[in-house]
Design a protein around this ligand. Structure first.
Ligand code: PEP
Ligand code: MG
Length: 849
């Protein structure tokens, strides 16, 4: 083995994305290996190193190459789910082939893949991290084919024995604690050192080189962490890790003022906990017809009968027998489950099933997990107890974090525990068979339970716990099976065999519905599906009202993927690009070129349709890590939107330039957020004209404003004379008109943009727009609501920009409307007393909505 550095070359031309930012936890948390990811600009993957091809995925999206030194690299086109769905992937090498750096490995249709899936991010990873580690990597910017993207070195197997143990404390000042992305970055930092590095919080201890382990610390802002390292470069490792933590790792750093003893996580909550009311588990009787609520985890509608899924396998006795025998039993059980998962990873019914089973098989190889169990066995515990205890500890910690997505990953760990315990108890993974109309009820459904159904899936799932983003939710949605999660203890009160209607659109379960209700539901479901399919079919056609009025419907976007997908749903362009979303996650400000590239990519994805780019709207609930802002008592009423631009005109100028360089510039419209005063518009306009002139652009590029501050409504006549267009941000407008924080959960049921007071401001803005020939669109959340469409149009709104998935139904509804009806409905709405009255009025007129 050589000790020289391996230079890893970009396998394709594109833009670097830090691994922690990849929207798939398997990659982001480094579970597949360490490295970088690239957003490709071309559809050809070349060898990042010279060596032998050790594996080629049969779908052609992933190739592994091993260097002669034994370092193995994986290039993976798109994230797993994406790649598996994408057609047109073609690996041109075979296992055993020798390749030189730059040799072609995979050819793929970038455009088709981007259109069908949106995400084509391509990770380039070193997979045998036990033997090799990344010593340097490119963290941002453009790369050309063959540019060096990282360097990798062997971990010296014969490292000298530890010579030093260093320990230092640091107070965590990252506002959100060590969540997934910074945990991945910190682990990458720790891996730069040969020493073993640990981070301790209270009684919890984490391997600093494992992102998952760091997550399980459950650290928060103000947590006092002890960083220790043991090895030849211990001092440098501790310094490096502490420095990284202090830097915020891309998250905002909020100085911590020590107010005495830190409360350990969990203690404060326990002290202030109010006793929970007792849970009623009385079974529902045949005459009880309760309507239960749940969170829609996979949409759809099902009619069937309740079937309760079996209970979990209990944890076996703690005391173990002979250590070697217990170890062997655990190894055999793990191997059996691993084999089962691997088989399912190839034979699963949908790509998502195969995907998740492969991920589970990989989790079973987690050294932390295996070492934890072996350590317990060595201390006299039984194989089952040891494995179960190790998993439970990790799962409990994941659940305890303030991150719903990670908490749901705990279910995956518990699933593995169940599988292994079943095998240890002499069982084998069995397939469940259910009646065809079964509505499967589970306390907390596990992916393996889901997989056990094979092809014979139930009509719907009802889960007492769980949430929207759990793996089973993804599996269920991909299989087209409706699922309601978080139904609570009432799910256990449904007796076996009870007739149920699961409405995973409204989030309701009808227990014991009458025959008449069942019949009506069947009919409505069939009709709705036919209608939806037709709406999707007609979505690409331009939206004309019944009286011939043109009413364009655009999509709100925050990324290139959003733009591509929006178009597929019939968007006629974008009425709002939230540019802050493009750069929210970066530790450093994007350069003008980086911005320009993003805007251009989005414009290209929209294929010549209009693109409305909003200048940076930060502050309030959207702080930017690279733009330090002073703490504010009321950030919602603070330095937000254009107010930030006033203080940083350099950023606004740079953004104007990047936008103006989009070609063709004729597709672009620009708008500014949070305008409250004509002076702000004039100031921005002057800067805009200067930048435009400096670039020699003579074409007309409309400069409009958001109407989302009540002051702008009051000044609408003046503003309409000088703005190219208005775009009403109903989210902020509602919050400021009703004086209700849009992020306040307690007020969530009351903050409704259909409140007549809000409608009155929209009417005023639209009327001013009409008086001065200034088009008035709506891009806030209200534009996506079907019941709002006739009212907004009746108030004088001339375009809508909505969430992409609702566009087909929205366009179909607008096609049935005419201006006179809309005006009458709008007038009626303005005269009502409350948002509830407005909704009731619309429901009376359009009962089918
Ligand atoms: C709005 O306020 O309605 C809006 C569209 O802007 P954002 O939601 O980004 O604040
Ligand atoms: Mg807003």
């Amino acid at each position: 083995m050589t000790t020289s550095t391996i230079s890893v070359r970009a396998p394709l031309k594109g833009r670097i994305v830090p691994l922690g930012d990849v929207p798939d936890p398997m990659f982001a948390l480094g579970m597949m290996g360490d490295g970088v990811a690239i957003e490709p600009e071309v559809g050809e993957v070349h060898a990042p190193v010279a060596g032998t091809v050790t594996s080629v995925h049969r779908r052609g999206h992933a190739v592994k190459v091993m260097t002669d030194d034994g370092a193995e690299f994986l290039v993976h086109v798109g994230l797993e789910a994406v790649a598996l769905r994408g057609a047109g992937l073609d690996a041109v090498v075979a296992e055993g082939d020798r390749v030189a750096v730059g040799d072609l490995l995979i050819r793929f249709d970038l455009k088709a893949l981007a259109e069908s899936c949106g995400i084509v991010t391509t990770p380039v990873l070193v997979t045998n991290e036990d033997a090799f580690h990344v010593t340097a990597r490119k963290s941002a910017g453009a790369v050309g084919l063959g540019d060096e993207v990282m360097t990798v070195m062997p971990i010296d197997a014969e490292a000298p024995p530890p010579v030093e143990r260093i320990e230092r404390q640091v107070v965590l000042e990252m506002s959100e604690g060590l969540h997934a992305r910074p945990a991945a970055l910190l682990a990458a930092k720790a891996k730069e050192y040969a020493s073993a590095v640990e981070v301790v919080l209270g009684e919890r201890k984490a391997n600093a080189k494992s992102p998952v382990s760091l997550l399980t610390l459950g650290s928060r802002w103000g947590s006092r962490l002890v960083v220790s390292a043991e090895g030849a470069d211990a001092a440098a490792a501790v310094d490096g890790v502490i420095e990284a933590i202090a830097s915020g790792l891309g998250d905002p750093v909020v100085p911590y003022v020590d107010a005495g003893q830190e409360t350990l996580p969990g203690v404060a909550e326990a002290a202030s906990a109010v006793e929970e009311p007792p849970v009623d588990l009385t079974p529902f009787g045949p005459e009880d017809r309760p309507l239960l609520g749940g969170v829609v985890a996979a949409p759809g509608l099902a009619i069937g009968r309740a079937v309760h899924l079996k209970e979990k396998v209990a944890r076996p006795a703690e005391a173990g027998g002979d250590v070697a025998a217990e170890s062997a039993a655990l190894d055999a059980a793990i191997a059996r489950v691993h084999q089962h998962l691997s088989e399912q990873a190839t034979a699963g019914r949908t790509p998502q099933q195969r995907d998740i089973m492969a991920a589970h098989a990989a989790l079973l190889e987690d050294t932390e997990l295996l070492e934890g169990a072996r350590d317990r066995i060595a201390h006299g515990k039984s194989a089952g107890w040891a494995f179960s205890d190790t998993i439970s500890a990790q799962a409990a910690l994941l659940r305890g974090l303030d991150n719903a997505r990670l908490a749901e990953r705990a279910a995956d760990l518990v699933d593995l525990e169940q599988q292994v315990l079943t095998v240890l108890a002499g069982g084998s993974p069995e397939s469940l068979t259910l009646p065809e109309d079964a509505i499967a009820i589970a306390d907390d459904l596990l992916p393996s339970q889901f997989m056990a159904f094979g092809d014979r899936l139930p009509a719907a799932f009802v889960v007492a716990k769980g949430g929207r983003t759990s793996h089973v939710a993804i599996l269920s949605a991909a299989s087209g099976v409706p699922m309601l999660a978080a139904v609570g203890a009432d799910a256990r009160r449904i007796p076996e065999g009870t007739p149920l209607i699961v409405d995973a659109e409204r989030g309701e379960i009808q227990v014991n519905p009458t025959e008449a209700t069942i019949e009506a539901t069947r009919k409505a479901a069939a009709e709705r599906e036919t209608r939806r399919a037709a709406n999707r079919e007609a979505a690409p056609i331009d939206c004309l009202m019944a009286d011939g009025t043109r009413l364009p419907v655009y999509a709100n976007v925050g990324s290139v993927a959003d733009a591509a997908r929006g178009l597929a749903f019939g968007a006629e362009g974008s009425g709002l690009l939230r540019t802050e979303f493009l750069f929210l996650d970066r530790p450093t400000a994007p350069t003008e070129a980086e911005q320009q590239a993003e805007y251009q990519a989005i414009a290209d994805a929209l294929r010549g349709k209009p693109l409305t780019i909003r200048t940076l709207d930060i502050g309030g609930d959207k702080p930017l890590p690279y733009l330090k802002q002073a703490a504010e008592e009321n950030p919602i009423l603070g330095v937000r939107g254009i107010r930030v631009s006033r203080r940083r005109p350099d950023l606004l100028r740079q953004q104007f330039r990047a936008i103006l360089k989009v070609t063709p510039v004729s597709v672009v419209r620009i708008m500014m957020p949070m305008i409250a005063d004509i002076g702000e518009l004039r100031w921005a306009k002057a800067i805009f004209e200067e930048e435009k002139a400096a670039l020699g652009i003579t074409a007309d590029v409309p400069l409009g404003i958001m109407i989302e501050v009540p002051a702008a409504v009051a000044m609408a006549d003046k503003l309409a004379r000088e703005a190219a267009f208005f775009s009403i941000g109903t989210n902020d407008l509602t919050q400021y008109v009703l004086a209700m924080d849009r992020g306040n959960t307690e007020l969530a049921p009351e903050i409704d943009s259909l409140h007549p007071a809000v409608l009155k401001t929209i009417a005023d803005a639209a009327a001013a727009g009409a008086r001065h020939d200034c088009p008035v669109g709506v891009c806030g959340g209200l534009a996506s609501e079907l019941p709002a469409a006739p009212i907004l149009i009746g108030l004088g709104v001339t375009s809508l920009s909505a969430t992409r998935s609702g566009i087909p139904d929205l366009k179909a509804f607008i096609r049935t409307l005419d201006k006179d009806t809309c005006r009458a409905v709008a007038e009626e709405a303005l005269a009502l007393d409350s948002a509830a009255d407005v909704r009731a009025m619309v429901a009376r007129r359009w009962p089918d909505l």
